[in-house]
Each structure stands twice: as C-alpha cells, then as structure tokens.
Design a protein around this ligand. Sequence first.
Ligand SMILES: [Fe+2]
Length: 339
Amino acid sequence: MDGDSGAKRAPHLYNYTREGFTGARSNIVRTGYSPAYSRVEGDYAPRRFDIAGLFPAAGRPMPIAILRGAGITLEASRYEAAMGFAMRNVAADEVHYIVSGRARLETDFGALDIGHGDFVLLPRAVAWRYVEIGEPVMALIAACEGALAIDPDPRAVLNVARDVHEPVPFEDGAPGEYEVVVRHPGGTTSYFHGFDPLGGQVGRGTPQVRRFRIGSARGLGIASGGISPGRLIDDATGQCLFYHLGSRRSDRPPIHCNADYDEIIVYAGGPGAYGGMTVPGTVAWTPKGIAHHGAEEDVAEPYQAWLLETRGNLSMTDAGRSVARLMETGEYGIHPGDG
Ligand SMILES: [Fe+2]
C-alpha cells in the first residue's frame, strides 16, 4: 500500500479510542484515508524492525534493546550455544517470546524445553539461562516493570489448565564456578558461585515461571469475542498488556487512533501473512496517537501474531534504529518513503 492509497474508497470511518480496547470511543466519517501519509519529518513515526539483523557475530549474548519507554523495554536476544552464565532481572518482569529455535530454559524454579511460538513468563528476580541448544534460539524479551500474569480475557482465548505449563525441577550442574548476571536499574553486576545456583529438586508454592504456546491461543470469532482481540497477559499497573492477534472470523479492524497506548505487533508465523508481515519475528511499532488500520484478519490462510500495548512512550534505541524501516499503517508494510 502506498502512502496515499485507500483514498479512492472514501468515505472512511475514523475511530478515536481511549484506554485501548476498554475506554470511550468516538468516530467521524472522512473522505481521506487517515492512516496514509506521504512523508514524515521527525522521529515520531511507525517503524518495522527486522531483528535478525541486530546480532553481532561474536561476544556475550546479551539482550539488545530496540524500543524503550517508561516501565518497558523491548529487547531481542540470540543464543547459538549454551549460555555460560545466568541472568536475573531485578528491575522488571520478563516475557520471553521464542521467535525460532529449540533449547532448554533452566530457571530458579526448574527447566522447560522451549521452541518456536513459546511465551515464557519470568517474574523479576528469577534467574534463567538457555542451555542444550538444539537449534539457535532467537527471542524477543519484553521487560515490564509492572507485575505480569497470564490472565486470558475472555477466558476462552487460552485454556490455562491444559495449555499453561510449569517448569520441572532439575539436577544441579557439575561443580565449578557459575556466574549470575544481575540486571538492575544501574546496569549489570555479576555474582560468582562455587556451585550451581539454579538447580534444585523439591519445590512448592505458587507457580512463578509459566509457559504457553501461541498455537494454543484461540482466535475468537466476532460472535464469541467481539472486535477486540483476546488478552493473554495482564499487568497489574495497566502499563503492558499482551493480546492474541491470530487470524479469526472477524471484520477488519476499524481505522483508529489509539490515544493511550503504543502498539507493538509481532508476526509469529503462517502459512498466511498478516498484511505486509511475512517473516516470523518481524516487529511493527505504531506510536500512540498515530492513525492506523490493520490487516484483514479473516483470511483463507491462517497466521499467528500478537500485540503488546503499552502506556510507555516508546522511542528507538540506536540498535533499534539500525534495523528499523519506516512503516505504513494500513497493512504494516514498508512505507514507500523509507530510506
Ligand atoms: Fe490499533
């Protein structure tokens, strides 16, 4: 879609929405197709990120931030070999979304065999490390300061009893020196131990680390779910909310302006495309207050995608900028004015 296409199909209904999917909304009929823009001057513009281009050829596999705002950082990470250290983020809860690969994720509360399409909730101060890499792992990490919980709404979007998994305790690693990199607001500090600080056998209490696969989420049709997508993960502060955005029986989303939330859409996989997005792990960012439309969801070939809404005012990091392209907000393709 070029910057001005859509105008021929006038008139268009433009929606202004408060509080994401839950607040007051108003609409107006316009001749112009509001998402279209011919060019932009300045930095506050929708972008697409190709995270595969981010990673250095060598060096320690640390998460690389691409977008950052109050209470949230979106990072990407790649693990080609077992991590020689663990990480413990004491400043934020983390959601790891596995774009590709296969490995074992060891945590303070046990281990999970993880693969493409997994969401893993790792609460703050819980240590983790990727080991036994079957295929190189590429992950997106959303680090959110609010307490996150798997909390589907409507409940039918995810069968928690059946499809949310908890890690299994595992034996301590071999004797030797172990490093835990603590991430804190001032940077990182490494702790060293003469034993494996993550292993353990007996545990009880409330599950902390939890995992589900995006393939387990149900795309609710209009008759059962309404136009809003199903929520998967909630944040007690309302700062970061995660929604399922896979194909479903539904009308195309309305042209709208989300006044209170930045939107991050991640394409998870096909066979079908989500509008202009076809490569798993592609990240599309629409800053709050910028008109957008969104692709047709009721398509012949199914696809999986998800949406992260945040009140944080995101901006690109230098690393993010290095793999960013200007995006049109009709179907989230590359804007013809990019470059
Ligand atoms: Fe939106």
